[in-house]
Design a protein around this ligand. Structure first.
Ligand code: COS
Length: 379
């Protein structure tokens, strides 16, 4: 189904067309294979980078495409409708560029053209085995020596772990709590930065995260991003933007599932007519379409607030919460509409159902999003 989109500029229309073309030409034929083998699509990401899709919402003078979030999230949505693993990788990479782009020194910002052009791939290392939702309790420690920060600890669930060229390492450089956290930018080649085996996932297998063990990893002193003690605020700001990316992934995945279910409901006949003509299924499709439109509207509203420079964290949390819950419901219903055919891997809805689950968990569980929303309501 073609989604009727109101885009702000002719350039944005061209960008969406380019994304659809790349999705069809470069991604659609590869996704099943890469997901089945659990292989990371590094080359496909490079292709997207060379087409300008890995630095979309960053200023042109930094090497980005200067696009508003309103447009960037719709590009992600199109990618997610074809290959969630790629869309999530683009979203995480974009998030990983944010600390340097907005808090980096002039010297650090020299790395931005390669980052935003997709020549180098980024990772965002905040979570730890004992501290996921409670991010401010992280224990990875960075000790200042004259020439380097010496980092010891373990990071967990790191998307692009073992694939990334640079890591945002959130470390404790001071006392307990959020004010004792700083952000370091580490190269993948840093001695003592040791990616572990990728996790074995329920879905999204082409982009499996890994733990990163840090054994006295020596990160040069000039790789502190922002001020000492500013790391938690940087992480939260990056996550606010990242949550829009995950919401976009959810909307795109749900739209893909709806489109597939519609195609099936038109073709499949039972009792002498296409099954979509039965009210029970027609109403399911109607609810799926309505929920997706509502999720997209929440997402675009939050993105437009961000573009206007207005506070948007609460709206981003609402968009992430709602859109990912919608993706779970819609993919579940898509499996139901296909019946037995939905439960086997001949149709992608079985994979999309498995993939939707993780979106309710990453970049802040949906319980954390509710916490953010409730706090803003209560003050
Ligand atoms: N933007 C900027 N600063 C923020 C912020 C935001 N969105 N959210 C919080 N902060 C600041 C606060 O203002 C506070 O600083 P001040 O004391 O100077 O005001 C500081 O950060 C601590 O905030 P808070 O007290 O709210 O921290 P909590 O420990 O209660 O944690 C939540 C807040 C739960 C929102 C945070 O831990 C969180 O988002 N957890 C989930 C982490 C996550 O998403 N992980 C996914 C892994 S990354 S892929």
């Amino acid at each position: 189904m073609t989604v009727d989109r109101l885009l702000p500029t002719p350039e944005a229309h061209d960008l969406l067309d380019l994304t659809r073309e790349l999705a069809t030409r470069e991604l659609a034929g590869k996704v099943d294979d890469f997901e089945a083998r659990g292989e990371f699509p590094r080359e496909a990401l490079r292709t997207l980078g060379r087409s300008g899709l890995l630095g979309l919402p960053y200023p042109e003078e930094a090497g980005g495409a200067g696009q508003p979030y309103e447009v960037y999230v719709q590009v992600l949505e199109v990618l997610a409708g074809t290959w969630l693993g790629i869309a999530e990788a683009v979203s995480v990479h974009t998030l990983s560029c944010l600390p340097v782009a907005f808090f980096g020194t002039a010297e650090q910002r020299k790395m931005l053209p390669d980052m935003l052009g997709g020549e180098t791939l980024g990772a965002f290392a905040l979570s730890e085995p004992q501290g996921g939702s409670d991010a401010a309790s992280l224990t990875t420690r960075a000790v200042a020596e004259p020439d380097a920060w010496v980092v010891t600890g373990t990071k967990a669930w790191i998307t692009h772990g073992g694939q990334a060229d640079f890591y945002n390492l959130f470390c404790r450089t001071g006392g307990p709590g959020p004010k004792g956290i700083s952000c370091l930018l580490a190269d993948a080649a840093t001695p003592g930065l040791l990616p572990q085996q990728p996790e074995r996932l329920m879905g999204l297998r082409s982009s499996a995260p890994a733990q990163i063990v840090l054994e006295e990893a020596r990160v040069p002193r000039d790789r502190l991003v922002g001020a000492e003690g500013e790391g938690f605020a940087i992480a939260m700001k990056a996550l606010d933007a990242g949550r829009l990316g995950i919401a976009a992934c959810a909307v795109g995945l749900a739209q893909g599932a709806l489109d597939h279910a519609i195609g099936y409901a038109r073709e499949r006949e039972q009792f002498g007519q296409p099954i979509g003509r039965f009210q029970g299924l027609g109403f399911m499709l109607a609810d799926m379409g309505t929920q997706i439109s509502a999720a997209r509207a929440l997402l675009l509203n939050a993105a437009r607030l961000k573009d206007a420079g207005r506070p948007f964290s609460t709206e981003a949390a609402k968009a992430k919460l709602f859109a990912t819950d919608v993706a779970m419901r819609v993919t579940t219903d898509a499996v139901q509409i296909l019946g037995g055919a939905g439960y086997v891997s001949d149709h992608p809805v079985e994979r999309w159902f498995r993939e939707a689950k993780v979106l309710q968990i990453v970049e802040g569980t949906n319980q954390i999003q509710r916490m953010v929303i409730a706090r803003s309501l209560l003050g």
